[in-house]
Ligand binder design. Structure first.
Ligand code: ADP
Ligand code: ZN
Length: 655
């Protein structure tokens, strides 16, 4: 420990010289001669930066990654790191965060250190970097002692360019000591929102990362995240002790994701209709309970698709093998609880379907964000119903958390429900929730595509509310609907509800109609399901004027679910991009087979060889030479040398 301290101290002093001041020696930076900030940020803007570095950055992007231009704020983030400044980078999933630290890490002198909490993701990134010809390595608990030693030796000989390390490993004294002897080019802290104690991914080890400032003064640090509101952003900067960081906040928008939300009427039938639009494609179906995960996976399999279940109740071997198949094979549908997804950066997930409501907008955004990381069109589809609303509020009421925590959770749930029921562009409403404004409707959500019909629900709402009052505000939705519809049941007999004036006054309308009204009234705050009393519906101040006929109510017409989803099981179909038929489809298949063979030979998932979007571009542009091949987005020099000939031979054989 002492050794590390002393190395850090040595670095600090090596940047400083004695200067005048009050007769004492006060330190001054050798480079900028400033006595203002003599510590780690003393030479900001002067730490060896020159504008030619940005040209080099673009060159690396083109040559190694095969991409023609930087996206969004990437160039600005990279320039800031090259200047030696700290930063907080907020970019949505798939926005391209990795390049932001990988490229300056290559350009600045020394080893780039990447702190990442997700072991699976770490391996993926390292494999992908090796495919690009970089010398990357990782240190985490999955390594054998021999492997760890080998990496340590490489570190000692300065052979590693990028090192991914788990936070708990990094903060161990021997790791810090070893790293203190390496020259670090920069430190990237991925998933930086894990420092937030209020967030859903809090990790104790992240709190210790503030000490990096002391151990590696002068090394620029970059904190990256896809989920952080204003408060969390500041918390990241504070807890990580960043030096006056630059903030780069990109839009939360994921324009390639289409948001589709439907009231739950017959969930399986609805899911089946939805899956028919995604035959042969990879996707995730989220359910709340383990039992439902297993039942749903069985059912999807029986419809002719390939589904695998995933939840924390399976042993680690089963989980790992299901995850591996999902990553490597085409067209697997993962049916999972939220235990699945953290650290999955499979780029070609074409849909995320929710059969149960998540607990907040944050969770919803994070879970749906796993779709379409490659930027190609993807769907976020969800069904939700009255039962979800009641169940979630009951779970909250029964939890042992503090009242304050429950209040926060409840308001988060309300925000999500309100969003489910919106009648304006969903994307606008989603972005607003995350503090972003946008004027134009997106044209890529269910509301924009099919604007919902509204209807005057005043009379029906009065019937419902008075039925609730007459039955004593003691019963849940199912019983209230039975009374409205005039059904006979033991419970009705027992409570003599058939003698009430409201018995049967709603017989002319269907059960789903009444459920839709109850759900919307609950979401709009006219009705409350008392979790302490088994979901008994109760009125409040807001509902009284409606009951008395003093106010009017307009509600959304729930979309009608197609009467019969096809009963025949899905025919297995290749995952062919839209508009590709005949010979082209064969060529597409041949390219994918070639990719799969290369992936197997290299022991990596197919998308690490090339993304779908790269194969598509090959198909449409039909390069005939290696040089033409190099102009395809996603083909850099290393991959060209490794795989170019193979893919060319397929493209040329075609004609
Ligand atoms: P994030 O970590 O933000 O979710 P990644 O760094 O994994 O995103 O990048 C998402 C995908 O976008 C990757 O496949 C990456 O190669 C690609 N990508 C990143 N930057 C660019 C760019 N400038 N041009 C084209 N593709 C890019
Ligand atoms: Zn829209």
């Amino acid at each position: 420990m002492f050794r590390v301290e002393s190395v850090g101290l040595w670095r600090f002093w090596s940047h400083t010289v004695a200067g005048p001041g009050n007769g004492k020696l006060s330190p001054k930076c050798r480079k900028c001669l400033s006595i203002r900030q003599v510590r780690d940020d003393c030479c900001q803007g002067l730490s060896g930066y020159n504008p030619a570095m940005m040209e080099r950055a673009l060159e690396i992007l083109k040559q190694r990654y095969g991409y023609p231009a930087f996206r969004g704020s990437q160039a600005a983030v990279i320039e800031t790191a090259l200047q030696g400044r700290d930063s907080v980078v907020l970019m949505p999933t798939g926005g391209g965060k990795s390049i932001c630290y990988q490229i300056p890490g290559m350009i600045r002198d020394g080893l780039a250190l990447v702190v990442s909490p997700l072991i699976a993701l770490m391996q993926d990134q390292v494999y992908a970097l090796r495919q690009l010809g970089f010398n990357a390595a990782f240190l985490n608990s999955s390594l054998t002692p021999d492997q760890r030693q080998q990496i340590n030796r490489q570190l000692d000989c300065n052979q590693v360019e990028i090192l991914y390390v788990a936070p708990e490993r990094l903060v161990q004294p021997d790791t810090l000591q070893r790293l203190a002897q390496c020259k670090l080019s920069l430190i990237a802290i991925d998933e930086a929102h894990c420092v937030s104690q209020w967030g859903h991914d809090f990790r104790q080890d992240y709190l210790a990362l503030g000490m990096l400032r002391k151990y590696f003064p002068g090394t620029p640090r970059m904190a990256l995240t896809a989920t952080a509101n204003q408060r969390t952003r500041q918390e990241i900067a504070d807890k990580l002790e960043l030096n006056s960081p630059a903030f780069f906040i990109s839009s939360f928008d994921r324009p390639n994701i289409k948001y589709l939300v439907q009231p739950k009427i017959d969930a399986r039938k609805q899911l089946q209709t939805f899956l028919q639009t995604h035959q042969g494609e990879s996707g995730i179906v989220y359910c709340l309970s383990r039992k439902k995960v297993e039942q749903t996976a069985d059912w999807i399999n029986s419809r002719g698709y390939t589904a695998l279940p995933y939840h924390a109740g399976f042993d680690s071997e089963t989980r790992a093998s299901h995850q591996q198949r999902f990553l490597v094979e085409d067209g697997i549908i993962m049916v999972a609880t939220i235990a699945f997804g953290m650290g999955i950066d499979k780029p070609d997930v074409r849909f995320v379907a929710h059969l149960d409501l998540p607990k907040s907008m944050e969770s919803y955004y994070q879970e749906t964000g796993r779709a379409g990381r490659d930027g190609l069109p993807a769907d976020a589809w969800m069904v939700y119903g009255l039962q979800d609303v009641v169940r979630l509020s009951r779970m909250l009421a029964e939890s042992h958390a503090s009242e304050q925590f429950k209040r926060v959770e409840r308001s988060k749930l309300e925000a999500l429900l309100g969003w489910c029921e919106v009648s304006r562009c969903r994307r606008i409403a989603l972005l607003e929730y995350f503090g972003e404004s946008r004027d134009a409707p997106c044209g890529n959500c269910d509301i924009c595509i099919t604007p919902p019909q509204t209807w005057d629900a005043t009379v029906d709402a009065q019937k419902l509310l008075s039925c609730i009052v007459r039955t004593g505000q003691r019963f849940g939705a199912a019983h209230v609907i039975d009374v409205l519809k005039g059904k006979s049941s033991d419970k009705i007999e027992q409570h003599r509800h058939h003698q009430l004036g409201t018995f049967g006054i709603g017989a002319d309308k269907s059960d789903p109609h009444w459920r839709s009204i109850i759900r919307q009234l609950m979401v709009q705050g006219f009705l409350f399901a008392d979790a302490q009393r088994y979901g008994a519906l109760t009125l409040n101040e807001k509902s009284r004027p409606l009951l008395r006929g003093e106010s009017e109510l307009t509600l959304r017409q729930d979309a009608v679910v197609a009467k019969s989803a096809s009963r025949s099981p899905a025919k297995p179909r290749a995952n062919v991009p839209p508009g590709i038929q005949g010979q082209d489809a064969e060529l597409w298949q041949a390219l994918k087979t070639c990719r799969m063979e290369l992936a197997k030979a290299n022991g990596v998932p197919p998308y690490v060889i090339f993304h779908d979007s790269t194969l598509e571009e090959m198909m449409f542009r039909q390069p005939r030479t290696l040089e033409e091949m190099l102009s395809i987005s996603g083909v850099g020099e290393t991959k060209l040398a490794r795989y170019g000939e193979k893919f060319l031979s397929i493209l040329c054989a075609d004609n």
